[in-house]
Design a protein around this ligand. Sequence first.
Ligand SMILES: Cc1ncc(COP(=O)(O)O)c(C=O)c1O
Length: 406
Amino acid sequence: MKFSKRIKHITPSATIGVSNRAKQMVRNGIDVINLSIGEPDFKTPTVITDEAIEAIRTGKTSFYTPASGLDDLKQAAADRTNIDYGTNYSSDQISITCGAKTALYALMQVLVDPGDEVLMPKPSWVSYQEQVILAGGKPVMVETNDHFKISPETLDCVVNAHSKLLVINTPQNPTGTIYSSNELEDIGNWAVNHGIVIISDDIYGKLIYNNNRFYSPIQLGGRIAQSTILVNGVSKAYSMTGWRIGYIAGSTELISQVNSVLSHMTGNPATVSQYAAITALQSDQADVENMRQSFEDRLNTVYPLVNEIPGFEVAEKPQGAFYLFPKVIDAMRLVGVTSSEQLVACLLNEAHVAVVDGSAFGMPGYLRISYATSLNDLKIGITRIKAFMDQYLEKELSGGISSEAD
Ligand SMILES: Cc1ncc(COP(=O)(O)O)c(C=O)c1O
């Protein structure tokens, strides 16, 4: 079979890949702790599932909806956004998609022409690059500072006549970094001055910890807000990854183009999921706060533990999302491997802990640990990694002592 040229340039999702390997090991009877996947471990709150069951019972879920989603869900997404951000979206400025992933994919199809460049921070979530390539564009990773943040200065280094879009993801996967409103304003003004459209992927926007404050470019008003397209969804904040509901908020002109793509690409997201999402977005958000609090406790517990692992360094405590992104150059040296990919393989095969290689996010020499799992599993996983690294540290220390004795 002759495959398209396009597909030859695509790498399957590394996060899904490592998680599948870990699940296969578990099926083979190996006790693996999976810290690789970005998926909350909580069951979807019952207020949401009850509504979905009721929608099935009444027969409402048997039918197609508009490709862009149920009117009531578009209204609920507009209302939620307006309450959370102080904005003023109407329901015809919203498209409902099969998760934020499809929202981003559809946007790349609508906005990117062959040769167009899409700027994104280094490191970034694994799918941005591949989605840009699938649209015929060129992903361009923008260098970040010690806090994993881009700035007008680093953007200046890559901008050219082909630059079309800039993806901002705050809190950022895989680092948990959030941008201050001043930083976003600087970046937003830079984008406006260069005629570059911003896609703000706010999927982790409700998962902010330790009194840090979250801002989105859509809150900055004026030309920055006008140049920004919001991508959001219910997967992470409402523990609804399997339901596959995301949404886009933008101008009516953009939304009508997105809806055309969706009408040929996905049709509507599952009707039952849409009814569930209406309840999620309209509920009193108490469940979101409870889950957020649990993630905060986990972060506060595991952050110091990860920094105690020999060769692991998380210089700055993450402020949001549910990931730690330690630098592991020293760990690689201790273990005697030359890449973080090899270190990840050693941790899976020998310590039986699954994590993701930083290369998948554009940053070799790092790895991503997800803390979207129980505190118990987190402690076991980190203890295993520490025990694994301790043996190499001891070897080095004893080697160091004996060579001194020599
Ligand atoms: C930064 C980022 N954006 C978007 C998504 C996609 O989320 P969804 O489950 O809504 O498709 C993810 C999922 O991991 C993510 O990490």
